[in-house]
Design a protein around this ligand. Sequence first.
Ligand code: FA5
Length: 350
Amino acid sequence: MSTKTAEVRESFLAALALVTTADELERLRVEYIGKKGLVTELLKEMKSIPNEEKKAFGQAVNVLKGEVSDKLAEKKEEIVRLELERELNSMPEFDVSVPADLSRGSYHPITLVQRQCEDIFKSMGFTVEDYSEIVTDYECFESLNIPKNHPARDMQDTYYLENGQLLKSQTSAAQNAIYKKYKDALINEGKPIKAIFPGRCFRNEATDACHENTFFQMEGVMVDKNISISNLIFFMKTMLSEVFQKDIKVRLRPGFFPFVEPGFELDISCLICGGEGCPSCKHSGWLELCPCGMIHPEVLKAGGIDPDEYTGFAFGLGLTRLVMMKYGIKDIRDLNSGSLKTLTQFTDDK
Ligand code: FA5
């Protein structure tokens, strides 16, 4: 090994011995084997080395480079292990025999708002339905007028099981079953179908401040004779003013969903920034909260209901986003974080 490579090796080993954190280790890596690192620079000296020594010099530098990489990797493992040990040692000891302090438990903010919405809709004569998280392609798409290869499926990529079932991407997946469950009472006894079905939804998509891969929606449907868009607007406005306990600025704009006709997007003015624009509302001042519309005749037919005789509305409230607005939570990911520091702040609302 040349004197120069030996010097670099020694200085590296001395510096490595002093490293205690991952950041320091990364700095050392860059200093020695980064693009302009000391080992890398050695190769540039090849020009000034006599021809007969070039081969040995090159080999020595490559051996050194390999040794530096190996030692850095070893040190990395050691640091990770030490950090884990430190973390474990700093955790308070958990004694399973201590009785639980139930007074310190709290409901998740999504549970609180879901229950509040359920109470509001129950008071208006709606039933609350529970539905599976694993559904069939028919429930989630085909019964909703979204046949195979329909482009609307691209918006809702989800997670598939080996048997072809999927994690529901929208609470609308329960619509068909609800129509079938209540159609006889509608047709034979004239009882309108009025149901809400809150539930967890899944989508295979990138997360950001307002998108999660796991989130909650609350679907609502009403079917009877002569149901119109004004019924839909009435129920939406009543629900929002009850949840926020104040008048909320909303806007309705056309929206396309294959299972409603006409379809709308109901947006509310962003309550985090007061409509000025912020990351939570993608800087638009508005938050897409509740797509809705009049149930498509094909969807009613698939549910066993005659669309010439009955009409209805459906909405798909973004429950998680409603929670963000109600409590001023800027990043949707906080809600799935499991961080008690964030989530127990809502205990008083029990
Ligand atoms: C739907 O899921 C339709 N099923 C809604 C519907 C029902 C329309 C009935 C008409 C009639 P959309 O993909 O836009 O539509 O989602 C509905 C709401 O869920 C959104 O407005 C938003 O508030 C919420 N949402 C959608 N994707 C996410 C996500 N990745 N993270 C958090 N919330 C989401």
